[in-house]
Design a protein around this ligand. Structure first.
Ligand code: IFM
Length: 805
């Protein structure tokens, strides 16, 4: 079943049936002010931190009415009322028509009911720390209409999410609201805690309106909603009268009522603004919105910014799914994960007040082809969260202070760091993610000097070092923690949070990552003429390779070796005998021989593949788990216990592409692509325009259902799989290798790419109908050797013709 469609031209997803199987969300705002909104205007906002800056409420894990940015409309001639989004009032859909356009950092919800059209645009102005809802109401009937319009938001009583939820004996007694200046509710919080230089005390939030006069207001949640009622039938709306009651020692809200008359065909505009500001500033902000055209100009500014970012890489392929995801939604999601990490969504409650090391370093990869310098800033930040022993801080606090942090003492649950973050020890893989990320940045930017930048280590007394030395240290971290089979120890976990191989147990996934890192470092060392280090790497990598060779088990690589020497993922094992990641990473790391690569990837296809992507392992753990196989807690074929872990699909796409298997690479793209589920939305449930963390697989009665929307590493791995893999765009310091791996049935495709300030128009001709293999490349009419475009041959605008065959 289909609830909407992609509008590629406008970079929007358009929901035409509002009764979606779950709230389908969009992100507004930036790190200073975050806001999420569903297709029915549910959602919440926060200032800077989802944990400590919560401005408006949300009910997580709720099947019931959700708080949101609601606008109610009441017909004062017959007392009928509805909302400008289908929910929360939820009028019958044969009478209520609506359309939601989720765009890049804005959402527009239009509706028509009872001869009244409404169109509400929600956004956070670029670079601002408040949000705007602009509602236009039009009388599409042929008689004059008398309406009351109510804007409504449920405030938190306390910016700390947890306190607001649980410490009610405190939080209920620290706020009061007041109505000020004829157009705004001010929520005062802790107001007796001292006066600032302007004579204002405590913290203040505002919810104001311009455009139409405020007839009445309400700052008390219970007065607005009324006892035994919900957002779907607030007493104030039902009665057509906000009570003008403000809260004191109770829950607060912002509700503003405006009574208007609309002549046939007439349109009136309401602009609601919500934010955290002291009253005089709130008044001044509202004043600005009296200027005609301000909202349209701000929305245009947002579109220009985001569309500009997305236009740095554009594909035009025979696949609408590919075009929509790579040009718009996967790209936008990559920016959102880059900005918000795992901080706040409809699933993440915002309590994780920091960046996961591995997650963030991987997230960066998803935007490098779109904005390498934005990526570089975050890479520097993450390098400053690397400890001088080479490991990454498992959780990097949002207020990270490089050179002054505590760090995990291995396996000491009582260390200061463990107490502060809940993470007792290092992960085996964290700092190894720096290699693919930095190598991609160097290639995209051409900024070789980056390796010589000096960056402070995380911990007190850790000193500083060049990026090149940081990377050497990351390798040292793994090399100093080898198990008895000469492979990196699994430590507290590797990429798989649920796999605890132990301080002596060993992980083949990390071993492949280390093998990859050594390849990257060798290239860098050659460039620096660091001959001693090259010799060291040659020896270390040979030994690691010998160890990995022993991990080959007929047609697959094992997943690891436990502390007690027992193999995890042996072919003979009754459960979990086949794991996805070691197979794809054996190829990505360039370790696997051609024969191993073919066999391993065929095993993946035969054993793990499903209509919705490849499972993480098979069979799931049921009877034969061991203590460190934490995934056993999950239902079968769910999450790490045999679910289709979406992040791993990106590596699979990349691995098949590197092997030149365009058909397989694209098969995996399509199986796991949200866009490909657009007409099966009732199965996927989650938004058909964003990736999730995982999809339930065969053993689940809900095979194909996806979970944990938006904030997931899937965004970046799939993006990399598609850009580097399927599109074959592989830049390095000297230029660009072009090696597409596409479905043989494609006649060709086009790419527009901005590369180091130059424009590349790339046309790939596949009239030979092959899956990969470049026969010829011409750059601005000149035939090149091989499939490499040297950067120094590029003009400002370049026509690149690629012939496959
Ligand atoms: O790799 C992890 C990630 O850090 C958090 N989500 C789950 C992944 C797999 O366990």
């Amino acid at each position: 079943m289909q609830y909407g469609h992609f509008d590629l031209e406008n970079k929007e997803y358009v929901i035409t049936n509002p009764a979606t199987p779950a709230p389908w969300a969009n992100y507004l705002g930036d790190p200073e002010y975050g806001a999420m909104i569903s297709n029915n205007a549910a959602g919440y906002s926060f200032v800077k931190s989802g944990a400590n800056g919560r401005l408006s409420r949300f009910r997580f894990n709720s099947e019931m009415a959700l708080p949101g940015r609601y606008i109610y409309i009441r017909d004062n001639d017959n007392a009928d009322y509805w909302s400008a989004s289908w929910q929360p009032v939820g009028k019958p859909l044969d009478q209520y028509k609506s359309e939601c356009r989720h765009g890049t950092a804005y959402t527009v919800i239009s509706a028509e009911y009872s001869g009244i059209k409404s169109e509400t645009t929600y956004y956070v102005p670029y670079g601002k720390t408040y949000e705007v809802w602009r509602a236009k109401l039009t009388n599409s009937s042929d008689k004059e209409r008398k309406l009351s319009v109510f804007g409504f938001i449920e405030f938190t009583n306390e910016p700390n999410y947890e306190q607001d939820q649980v410490n009610l004996q405190y939080t209920l007694f620290i706020t009061r609201t007041s109505f000020e200046g004829g157009n705004r509710i001010i929520q005062h919080m802790n107001e007796n805690t001292g006066f600032d230089e302007n004579g204002y005390n405590g913290q203040e939030r505002f919810f104001g309106m311009v455009g139409q006069p405020v007839t009445a207001s309400c700052g008390s949640l219970s007065d607005f909603i009324g006892p035994y009622r919900t957002f779907s039938n607030p007493i104030a709306v039902e009665n057509g009268k906000c009570s003008n009651v403000m809260n004191y020692n109770s829950n607060s809200c912002g509700a503003l009522q405006s009574d208007i008359t609309l002549a046939p065909g007439e349109t009136k505009e309401f602009i609601f603004v919500l934010g955290e500001r002291k009253d005089p500033e709130a008044a001044a902000i509202l004043e600005e919105y009296k200027a005609a055209g301000k909202v349209d100009a701000e929305v245009k500014q947002l579109k220009d910014y985001w569309h500009g970012q997305l236009s740095n890489f554009r594909v035009d392929t025979p696949s609408d799914e590919f075009n929509n995801m790579i040009n718009v939604w996967n790209a936008y999601q990559c920016f959102i994960t880059f900005i918000w990490s795992r901080a706040a969504s409809f699933v993440y409650c915002g309590l994780r007040n920091g960046y996961g090391y591995r997650d963030t370093v991987q997230d960066i990869q998803g935007i490098i082809h779109l904005d390498p310098e934005m990526a570089a800033e975050k890479i520097r930040f993450m390098l400053s969260a690397q400890v001088s022993n080479g490991g990454g801080l498992p959780l990097v606090k949002f207020d990270h202070n490089a050179g002054h942090e505590t760090c995990p003492d291995e396996n000491d649950e009582h260390s200061v760091y463990a107490k502060e973050t809940g993470h007792p020890s290092y992960r085996a893989d964290d700092a190894l993610w720096l290699f693919p990320t930095i190598v991609k940045y160097l290639g995209e930017s051409g900024n070789k000097g980056f390796l010589d930048e000096v960056i402070t280590y995380a911990e007190e007394g850790g000193g500083k070092a060049t990026v090149y030395e940081h990377l050497k240290n990351a390798i040292r971290f793994s090399m100093e923690r080898l198990g008895s089979h000469d492979m990196p120890a699994g430590l507290h976990a590797d990429w798989n949070d649920c796999l605890r191989l132990g301080a002596q147990g060993e992980s083949t996934f990390v071993a492949f990552q280390l093998y990859y890192a050594m390849n990257v470092m060798r290239d860098m060392a050659k460039d620096k003429n660091d001959t001693d280090y090259i010799a060291y790497l040659d020896g270390a990598q040979k030994k690691l390779g010998d160890a990995l060779e022993k991990c080959w088990d007929e047609d697959r690589f094992i997943r690891g070796i436990r502390d007690n020497g027992v193999i995890v993922g042996a072919k003979k094992d009754p459960e979990a005998n086949m794991w996805l990641n070691p197979q794809s990473w054996s190829v990505i790391s360039r370790f696997a021989s051609d024969e191993q690569a073919e066999k391993a990837m065929n095993s993946v296809h035969d054993i793990l593949n499903t209509p919705y992507g490849a499972k993480l392992l098979e069979p799931p753990y049921k009877y034969h788990h061991f203590k460190g196989a934490l995934m056993q807690v999950f239902n079968l074929d769910t999450k790490e216990n045999g679910g289709i872990f979406s992040q791993s699909q990106g590596w699979l796409i990349l691995a098949e592409s590197l092997l030149g298997h365009g058909d397989r690479a694209f098969e995996y793209f399509l199986e796991s692509s949200p866009a490909a589920m657009n007409d099966k939305a009732e199965i996927r449930v989650m938004e058909p325009y964003v990736h999730g963390q995982f999809t339930e697989s065969k053993a689940s009665p809900y095979e194909g259902r996806s979970h944990v929307h938006w904030l997931t590493g899937t965004a970046s791995t799939v993006m990399v799989g598609c850009v580097e893999g399927i599109c074959g765009m592989r830049p390095d310091l000297g230029g660009l290798t072009i090696a597409p791996s596409i479905p043989a049935k494609w006649d060709g495709f086009r790419i527009e790419k901005n590369f180091r300030g130059k424009k590349l128009n790339i046309a790939v001709d596949n009239s030979a109908h092959v899956q990969s293999g470049v026969k010829e490349i011409t750059l601005n009419g000149e035939k090149l050797t091989g499939n490499y475009v040297p950067a120094d041959k590029l003009k400002d605008v370049n026509e690149i013709k690629v012939v496959l065959g």
